[in-house]
Design a protein around this ligand. Structure first.
Ligand SMILES: NC(=O)c1ccc[n+]([C@@H]2O[C@H](COP(=O)([O-])OP(=O)(O)OC[C@H]3O[C@@H](n4cnc5c(N)ncnc54)[C@H](OP(=O)(O)O)[C@@H]3O)[C@@H](O)[C@H]2O)c1
Length: 348
């Protein structure tokens, strides 16, 4: 089969011919039709990920058709269009994954290939309203966004009896996971604001339902953001606006999130694109009674809840571009440059 191989870190991925996988009991063989990139794939290639084991076929996101079922698997899966949950073996504790937890695409071979072997409990019926490319864009980033926003930060939904519309800030809106967070929060009835390094991306986010946003490249962007919300341009005392903040940038900018959080606010983060968090003033966190949550991927229950929400609200993932599998290295470079808006999808 054709596949993408990452043989060594700091090297381009290669488009190669390799053996088709053979399935075992409890597994299915999927003919992949589309896959999607995540920043994780780039971090692994650059040697910036813990526990790297190579060579590997990268890729956590994919959608396709079941073409073979292993021993003990319901044969009616054969011929079904499926999407793949890349959070393998989460385990029984919803608060934290177990020792066997893995993310598809390293160390196990992933979705940048024509065929994939995968345990049956990792496949789910493709939402009917999505094309195979749109479905492939959803799993990892959608799951991460869902757990961070709904489970960890505990966003109130307009369907809740409280009918509170919370104010949400999402940083770096051009990111894949950030865009799903925007779609989920808007669909849940929240008032959503964004940051981005690109005014054009802020404009696009506004077209998707965001109330507004600021460019994080400007000095004192946090003051400009508060001014836009009408909260005033001071960050002194207990001022702040956002009930929920979802971040994946980390770095020095994280301290500004403390400034713009409303008293009692919740901040959930799942990435550190810009490095270590610095300069947080502890008293700002405790006087404001803030809660800060780390989040990673999600449980099987969260994956199915996310899929139901996507179907109920007919949400469609934002796709920056679809490129052939043979162009994966260029796609990785594009993701590394960060100029995309939405997911980069590989057609297979
Ligand atoms: N823990 C997990 O389970 C998990 C899951 C998914 C992702 N992640 C992490 O989350 C991060 C995003 O992943 P992704 O796949 O969504 O990546 P991505 O699509 O490549 O997005 C990265 C985004 O980071 C934003 N960014 C860059 N500098 C920033 C800054 N100074 N302040 C705010 N935002 C900034 C950019 O937003 P603009 O383009 O708008 O400027 C860029 O689009 C990565 O660090 C990734 O490893 C973690």
């Amino acid at each position: 089969m054709k596949a993408i191989l990452l043989a060594e870190t700091h090297q381009p991925v290669q488009y190669v011919d390799t053996d088709e996988p053979t399935i075992g009991p409890g597994e299915v063989l999927i003919k992949l039709q589309a896959a999607a990139l995540n920043h994780r794939d780039v971090f692994v290639q650059k040697g910036l990920y813990p526990g790297i084991k190579l060579p590997v076929i990268p890729g956590s996101d994919g959608a396709g058709m079941v073409i073979e079922t292993g021993e003990g698997v319901d044969s009616s899966w054969k011929g079904q269009s499926v999407i793949i949950n890349p959070a393998l073996n989460w385990g029984p504790n919803p608060k934290f994954y177990g020792a066997d937890f893995q993310i598809l695409g390293m160390p196990t071979n992933g979705t940048f290939a024509e065929y994939l072997r995968i345990p049956t409990d990792s496949i789910h019926h493709k939402p009917n309203h999505l094309s195979v490319e749109q479905a492939a864009a959803l799993p990892l980033a959608g799951l991460t966004a869902w757990r961070a926003l709904m489970t960890r930060a505990g966003l109130y939904r307009s369907s809740d009896s409280s009918a509170i519309s919370e104010k949400v800030l999402i940083t770096g809106i051009g990111g894949g996971a950030a865009l799903f967070t925007l779609q989920f929060a808007v669909a849940a009835g929240a008032e959503v604001w964004v940051t981005s390094g690109s005014d054009d991306k802020i404009e696009k986010a506004t077209e998707m339902g965001a109330a507004g946003g600021v460019n994080y490249r400007q000095a004192d962007w946090h003051k400009a953001l508060l001014a836009q919300t009408g909260t005033g341009n001071t960050t002194g005392g207990n001022r702040g606006y956002f009930d929920v903040i979802i971040d994946s940038a980390g770095g020095p900018g994280f301290a500004r999130l403390i400034d713009v959080a409303a008293p009692g606010g919740r901040i959930a983060f799942f990435g550190s694109t810009t490095g270590n968090i610095t300069d947080i003033i502890p008293s700002k966190v405790f006087f404001k009674q803030l809660s800060i949550f780390g989040s990673t991927m999600g449980t099987l229950g969260e994956f199915t809840a996310m899929l139901s929400f996507v179907s109920d609200h007919q949400l469609v993932p934002v796709i920056d571009r679809v490129v052939p599998l043979s162009d994966t290295e260029q796609a990785m470079q594009k993701m590394d440059a960060g100029s995309q808006f939405g997911k980069i999808v590989l057609s297979i």
